[in-house]
Design a protein around this ligand. Sequence first.
Ligand code: GTP
Ligand code: SPV
Ligand code: MN
Length: 591
Amino acid sequence: MPDTSLGKCNTTNTAVLTWVEEMTKLCQPDTVYWCDGSEAEKEALTGEAVQRGILIKLNQEKLPGCYYHRSNPNDVARVEDRTFICTESKEDAGPTNNWAAPKEMYRKLITVVNGAMCGRTMYVVPYLMGPPGSPLTKVGMELTDSIYVVLSMRVMTRMGLAAYQHLGDDDGFNRGLHCMLDLNPENRYIAHFPVNNAIISTSSNYGGNVLLGKKCLALRIGSYLARNEGWLAEHMLILGVESPTGEKTYVAAAFPSACGKTNFAMMIPPARFKGWKITTVGDDIAWMRPGPDGRLYAINPEAGYFGVVPGTNSKSNPNAVATIQRDTIYTNVALTDDGNVWWEGKDGDVPNECLDWKGNKWTPASKEKAAHANSRFAAPMANNPALDALANDAHGVPISAIIFGGRRSDTMPLVFQTFNWIHGVYVGATMGSETTAAAMSAVGQIRRDPMAMLPFCGYNMGDFFRHWINMIRLMKHPPRIFNVNWFRKDTDGKFLWPGFGENVRVLKWIVDRCNGRAIGMETPLGWIPAPGEIDIQGLDGYSADRLAKVQDIVSDEWRNEIHLQDELFMKLHSSLPKELIYQRELLAARL
Ligand code: GTP
Ligand code: SPV
Ligand code: MN
């Protein structure tokens, strides 16, 4: 018997009811479907998506519960130039964000979404960012006319009735409205209203633009709330390191989009590191607040991974390969004729023929890639064989180290430890990285991406640095701050460091430093490993010479680097904390 309660109104919260009614009047959907997060609902909506061609059912023997989706080719990544922070004054959004006055943006978007759901269904999606019962957890409501968004939110968040339980009679939930429209990029807006805890997203159906719990709520609105409430909302993975003696250390790391967070968070140590185990708390977002013991505690507000697919294989990321074997939505990879998926860098043979991410015939002779460079999997974190035991813990995990790192072919050494908190804030604030396919813009250009938050900070970046500096007052035992770079290249353009699972060699040094073991060596940049402190045994053909190259501090490169920081510092001049200018002068003097 079909479940007749599916889709019916399922809350008595008057704030929710009133708001849904208002939005229904505005968007004029034919039907309003209230989601409850149940299995029956998943089955019904998946069936409908397949029937309407929104999802393609993959080979269920090979990939049980897995589905395939293709985006409109004009809609395959976040759109930073169409993303807006709408605050009363432009200064509150700051010079690194697109700004619009809330009144004007509301006026414009009301025209855009007026009647936008005519002939369509509006899904009411209640969700939690964070484990139920955590003091950090936030409730979001997303109204969307995209069944793909509903099914993805189900994977990526704790979606369903649990959100109403957490909310009770309160009206403190994020109001998110998503209208697909016709995907015309000219009507594409990702608009945030931090003061109203509201988001409106139009004319896109892709990832970070439309899964409103992720970048919009957990980072842009989240960072705004975090500043007001005394915590940190960061673009960081969270992992646990277990040593052979059973010592457990938790680490959070900020790398920009498509710069290695998922890979680092799920890494499997090489044979040489027998007895070491890495466990994943989160792969993209960390919410962190000081605990009563003076340490910084982190939760992962998400429930799934929205990961970069190309390059994922049993050598680079075996845990990810295991995670995406079931209950996964694949977007913009290639499709083989036996209902399987393929991408550049997948295990096994290259297919003789398949359909590329646009649905066109592809062969190994084709000029273009079969999978889009920013093709993604959405997989439940519960599938991860290395999921940390505390990944769902309401209190979160105590963070011993924070790691910053960009994608840099030169200048930045493999690893160094900053001298203290404020020096660490300076290193994070001045981070540079080469741009990637995760955003619709040129790829491979160096830009300043402070703390990997350039596209995600919901207020003035200078005030964000101030907030970071102030956080030290709330922590008796602050995390140590490190910087890494997996992407330095030699003169032949080859990576100087093997990366992936071998990164545990660097991580071990970081853990040793946190736990008072490694001695280190002082340099102008900070503390680096003393000779022998990074174990390179068992690294095929790797020499101490190559390690020295990846750690080299080249003065010309650093002169240029300090100079490159000008751009950001000038841009932020009116809000930049003076302490950071002082840190820069100290660095210049040391060099
Ligand atoms: P977002 O989901 O966009 O936030 O990305 P992410 O930071 O999680 O990046 P991810 O782990 O998906 O890595 C992106 C790409 O970086 C991979 O496809 C790899 O090609 C590359 N990568 C990741 N880790 C390493 C590494 O240690 N060394 C090298 N050379 N490349 C790496
Ligand atoms: C990123 O770009 O940092 C991502 C992918 O994690 S998206 O969800 O599209 O933002
Ligand atoms: Mn990300």
